[in-house]
Ligand binder design. Structure first.
Ligand code: PPS
Length: 318
């Protein structure tokens, strides 16, 4: 594992609003580093690791699950793991999904990717231009899962409060601005989604939204199986759908990420599987904030034929 960059940690918890600009800068710098246009979690990766990824050797049957953070990654890890592993479906193997579908840029378990048997499953939050070069020659398969930006932002807000090495308390108003400025892991949501969407022809890719999975999980699972070229009978599909529901995943130790060490995530403050709904943004976002997101969405994404439901009862994009 490459040496990670040094981090500056602030000594005590401090409300964000009481910090001066320098202290705020220092706090953000302690969490993230900027590399090739986007921000990365400084604790779990380094610029060298990111640079090496471009040269990663790709096999034709590799599968990459790519997401902007908080868009349904661990949900889809569970779905892929169940689709590809009979031993996961029938309960004869007890392997956590983080190990089945590891992150390429956050290789926290220090895995040797080269020795993994095919088909290899990977996860990533990378933008399209930092992915392994082989994928750009349409080798391997990419499943890109995206979620409406308002729910992503709210999910992010709750998640960031679970980070124990975040030595300040960030309020919702600040997170809202920081998120829109793209100064979070994954960079700007708009750039990430737009980048992948407008470069989809360069890759062998299936794009699925969190909301469509939420609306009809069974159809989404079938669509993913078809794209992956995996033939599962109806009983096996039933198992995948059943095991991937929010309710069941929440209590599934192989899939709920509760085993993440407490120095990385403080589970007394929340859980990876938090609400798992569409429209939770309404619980915290003001009308003015929602309108601001709509305005930026229109400006940056308005020309794309991609629809994000921000409420399952709505038919229009947010
Ligand atoms: S991360 O940290 O980037 O890996 O987070 P990620 O897994 O992408 O996103 C976490 C959100 O996904 C929700 N989730 C689910 N929703 C519906 N069904 C299932 N099975 C499911 N599993 C995870 C999880 O609850 C987070 O969303 P919020 O809105 O915070 O609940």
């Amino acid at each position: 594992m490459k040496k990670l960059p040094p981090r500056v940690l602030l000594s005590s918890y401090q409300p964000w609003a009481t910090m001066d600009r320098d202290a705020q800068e220092e706090a953000l710098n302690s969490l993230y580093f900027k590399h090739k246009g986007i921000y990365f979690d400084a604790r779990n990766t380094s610029p060298e690791v990111i640079d090496d990824i471009e040269h990663m050797e790709i096999r034709d049957d590799d599968v990459f699950l790519v997401t902007y953070p908080k868009s349904g990654t661990i949900w889809t890890q569970q779905i892929l793991s169940l689709i590809f592993n009979e031993g996961h479906r029938n309960g004869t193997e007890q392997v956590e999904t983080i190990e089945r579908v590891p992150w390429i840029e956050y290789n926290v378990m220090n895995m040797d990717f080269k020795s993994r048997p095919s088909p290899r499953l990977f996860s990533s939050h990378l933008p399209y231009y930092l992915m392994p070069r082989g994928l750009k020659y349409r080798m391997g398969k990419i499943l890109y899962v995206c979620r409406n930006p308002k729910d992503v932002m709210v999910s992010y807000y709750h998640f960031i409060r679970m980070i124990p090495y975040l030595k300040y308390t960030i309020d919702w108003e600040t997170l809202f601005e920081v998120f829109l400025s793209g100064r979070v892991t994954g960079g700007s949501w708009f750039d990430h989604v737009r980048g992948w969407y407008t470069h989809k022809e360069d890759f062998n890719i299936l794009i699925v939204t969190y909301e469509e999975m939420k609306k009809d999980l069974r159809s989404a699972v079938k669509k993913i199986c078809k794209f992956m070229g995996v033939n599962l009978d109806e009983k096996a599909i039933d198992t995948v759908v059943e095991r991937a529901t929010f309710k069941n995943m929440k209590h599934d130790p192989l899939a709920n990420y509760e085993s993440i060490p407490s120095d990385l995530l403080d589970k007394t403050k929340g859980h990876f599987l938090r609400k798992g709904t569409v429209g939770d943004w309404k619980s915290i976002m003001t009308v003015a904030q929602s309108e601001k997101v709509d305005e930026i969405y229109k400006e940056k994404m308005g020309d794309l034929p991609i629809n994000f439901l921000s409420d399952l009862n709505e038919e229009n994009a947010s």
